[in-house]
Design a binder for this molecule. Structure first.
Ligand SMILES: O=C(O)C(=O)C[C@H](O)[C@H](O)CO
Ligand SMILES: [Mg+2]
Length: 402
């Protein structure tokens, strides 16, 4: 099964996506996601200019060897651009292998470990009232696990508070918008939000929260302690994780579970966090962490330390990543939860897929492969449209983590 051709498709049905399509001599093709929010064209170029020429003529079945060839062979290792490009190739090759075997991908990985994939949705509001209403809507839709973000009084815009009900898109067209952030306001306000949610909706919903890298370790420790009475499923990205040791300090102070890793690219970003049991959930996922092949390494290391998966699943990961991730989630022994931010109908039309939502769970389909395709004609109707994530500043103008 030789690789005959490969092409990169950039499309923007409401937001930008980069997709790799690999075609074999037999005509079987595979699809991979290569989207890196706000830096999309760098991955497109990495693939077109440097990776695709090395793929033509190779055996599409040699997934591991091709992974090593692209990782070690480049000499320059790791980083989001490299690892997203490798991930796209890897996802497409697993898609091809599963199609050739006539099996849904989870069967090839080792078969079903659970009945379905527990997901969490995003409830948020500009203020407490709006947030409480949103939580109610998610409970009505059957969600068992809900991430809660809320506008903070005195702060014009806060991460995670969307403009619409179901769809949240932080990237904006043009140049990066600037936001202003106050940690003291946030730390004072957020525990009361969770108190109100528990009062109104009781103990059953699993509640999650994303700090989005904004706290220092000691501030994160304080928030974790303050949230303990409300028994969160996790707080995410409590502090930036370049210094993995920073999580020791948080861990010493709180029993609130910790999730981290949506911006990680390899197992090396997570090794100390996992081996020292400083986190409970690993958020790295297929598109930014080297695909299925490398995510298996990360998940296997995590399993040794009872760290479970909690894959990133924001809308800037295309339905291709969602489809492939759901097969991984269906199989992986140490599954925890899967983030599920719904794509818009325009995006869903460009990427036909066979996964479906019901009663708080996502289910993979039974089509051979990962079950997600791309409608190239429709994709061509949505040309690339430059967009960036916001940047964040403190009140005095100091640049902060967004
Ligand atoms: O979904 C989450 O937990 C996020 O933090 C979403 C990120 O802001 C988003 O993927 C950035 O592109
Ligand atoms: Mg996050």
């Amino acid at each position: 099964m030789k690789i005959e051709s490969a092409k990169v498709i950039v499309t923007s049905p409401g937001r930008n996506f980069v997709t790799l399509k690999i075609v074999t001599e037999s005509g079987t093709y595979g699809i991979g996601d290569a989207t890196l929010n706000g830096r999309e064209l760098s991955v497109a170029s990495y693939l077109e200019d440097h990776v695709i020429p090395c793929l033509i003529g190779r055996d599409a079945g040699q997934i591991e060897d091709i992974w090593q060839y692209l990782y070690r062979g480049a000499y320059w290792r790791r980083g989001p651009v490299t690892m997203s490009a490798i991930a796209a190739v890897d996802m497409a090759l697993w898609d091809i292998k599963a199609k050739a075997a006539g099996m849904p991908l989870y069967q090839l990985l080792g078969g079903r470990s659970r009945n379905g994939v527990l997901v969490y949705g995003h409830a948020n509001g500009k203020d407490l009232e709006g947030t409480l209403e949103a939580v109610g809507r998610y409970i009505e839709m059957g969600y068992k696990a809900i991430r809660i973000q809320c506008g903070v009084p005195g702060n014009a815009s806060v991460y995670g508070v969307g403009k619409g009900d179901l769809y949240y898109e932080p990237a904006e067209k043009g140049l990066p918008p600037e936001e202003v952030w106050s940690t003291p306001d946030y730390l004072r306000f957020i525990p009361g939000v969770f108190e109100a949610v528990r009062e109104k909706y009781g103990d059953a919903p699993l509640l999650l929260h994303d700090c989005h890298h904004r706290l220092t370790p000691i501030e994160a420790a304080r928030l974790g302690k303050d949230l303990e009475p409300y028994r969160l499923f996790w707080i995410e990205d409590a502090t930036p994780a370049e210094n993995q040791e920073a999580f020791k300090l948080i861990r010493q102070h709180t029993t609130t579970p910790l999730a981290v890793g949506e911006i990680f690219n390899t197992v090396w970003d997570a090794k100390d966090l996992i081996q020292n049991q400083l986190i409970d959930y690993i958020r790295a996922t297929l598109v930014h962490a080297g695909g299925i092949t490398h995510m298996r390494t990360i998940a296997a290391l995590a399993a040794l330390y009872q760290v479970r998966t909690g894959f990133h699943g924001a809308t800037d990961l295309s339905p291709v990543t969602m489809g492939a991730a759901l097969h991984f989630d269906t199989w992986v022994p140490n599954f925890g939860i899967q983030e599920y931010m719904r794509h818009t109908p325009e995006t869903d039309a460009v990427f036909p897929h066979d996964y479906s939502y019901a009663d708080g769970m996502l289910q993979v389909g039974d089509k051979p492969g990962h079950g997600v395709d791309i409608d190239e004609e429709l994709a061509a109707e949505y040309p690339y449209d430059r967009a960036y994530l916001p940047v964040n500043r403190l009140a005095d103008g100091t640049l902060w983590n967004w």
